[in-house]
Write a protein that binds this ligand. Structure first.
Ligand code: NAP
Length: 303
């Protein structure tokens, strides 16, 4: 029963809410923590808690340990949880299943037990890329292991806890700290390796600040909204252009002979890459969430 495991919780009369954030050491987490801390008492949890400031009362928490997840949520007694931890593509499939699926299920069960609002960060990669644009509540149909683990995570969270909002987002970039994708490209170029950039893969990159703000709004302000919501930038752009513009923004030299713009659809080895994951922003716009497109953000933040 909701609330039974945390019946001793006392929040007193303080209007300050407690927000538990998983994935605080991650790329999104690095911006999410300070932005959330402007509006709530933040407790940050991650597997390592490495480098997390004491400002965020850091907790080590391995999502694969369901008892530890429950113990952590019971101890923190959060009003809301933003779940931004995940194992991203490139790591083995078993880890994706254990952390993304089982870990999210454990967190949702703990949130339900403790009657905490839950906001889960998901991905456009739950879609197969063949039926765009995708409505907020479009059924997931993943075509790779990461997408499958996130789709299972979505379903498990929504099933375990009514007060859950699942947020489907896309490529996250910041203009104050280089994103993982661009950093990887820079490393390849520095080693004299050529880049293969997909010109037929369409995404709506999301500015880290706008996503972080939206997640905090969904956790603290739009508390009665549940289910699925898309939250991305409102510009659809191919990955080759996106990659090249970010390299240029960060001042990384990308000589033409090292940059190949290719069609993922022509390579059977890339069959697991969804081609067009355009997400409709109906619900985000109804809620007044900010969804600036990539060109707009770049124009507003010249280097
Ligand atoms: N980055 C993107 O472009 C993108 C696109 C769409 C959706 N998303 C989603 O957005 C969210 C944030 O992504 P991100 O790029 O910021 O991730 P990230 O930089 O890879 O960080 C991952 C975070 O998850 C934590 N974590 C991993 N395994 C864990 C475990 N077993 N137990 C507890 N914590 C664990 C890590 O903690 P430690 O550092 O302590 O290990 C780290 O804080 C994720 O849900 C991701 O799926 C990201």
């Amino acid at each position: 029963m909701a609330g039974s495991g945390c019946s001793a919780r006392t929040r007193g009369c303080s209007p300050i809410k407690t927000l538990l954030i998983t994935g605080g050491t991650g790329y999104l987490g690095a911006r999410l923590l300070p932005m959330a801390a402007e509006r709530a008492r933040v407790v940050a949890a991650s597997r390592s808690a490495a480098g997390l400031s004491d400002t965020y009362s850091p907790k080590t928490l391995d999502l694969r340990d369901s008892q530890a997840v429950l113990d952590c949520v019971e101890a923190v007694k959060p009003d809301a949880i933003i779940h931004a931890a995940a194992v991203n593509p490139g790591i083995d499939e078993a880890s994706m299943q254990h952390t993304n699926h089982a870990g999210t299920k454990a967190l949702a069960e703990a949130a339900n037990r403790c009657d905490a609002r839950l906001v889960v960060v998901s991905t456009d990669i739950v879609h197969n890329g063949q039926q765009a644009p995708y409505a907020d509540d479009a059924a997931a149909a993943p075509i790779n292991a990461y997408g499958e683990s996130k789709a299972l995570a979505e379903a498990a969270a929504l099933d375990a806890h009514k007060n859950t909002m699942v947020v489907r987002t896309s490529l996250i970039y910041g203009l104050d700290a280089i994103d993982r994708g661009t950093a990887g490209f820079a490393k390849q170029l520095a080693a004299g390796e050529s880049l293969r950039l997909f010109q037929d893969v369409l995404r709506q990159p999301v500015w880290r600040d706008a996503l972080a703000q939206g997640l905090v709004d969904l956790a603290l302000k739009h508390k009665t909204e549940t289910g699925l919501i898309n939250l991305v930038g409102d510009e659809l752009i191919d990955r080759a252009s996106f990659g090249q513009q970010l390299l240029s923004y960060w001042g990384i030299d990308a000589p033409a002979h090292l940059v190949q713009c290719i069609d993922a659809a022509q390579d059977p080895g890339l069959a697991g890459v969804p081609l067009n994951t355009e997400l409709s922003l109906n619900r985000a716009h109804k809620l007044g969430l900010s969804t600036p497109g990539f060109s707009t953000v770049l124009a507003q933040h010249p280097r």
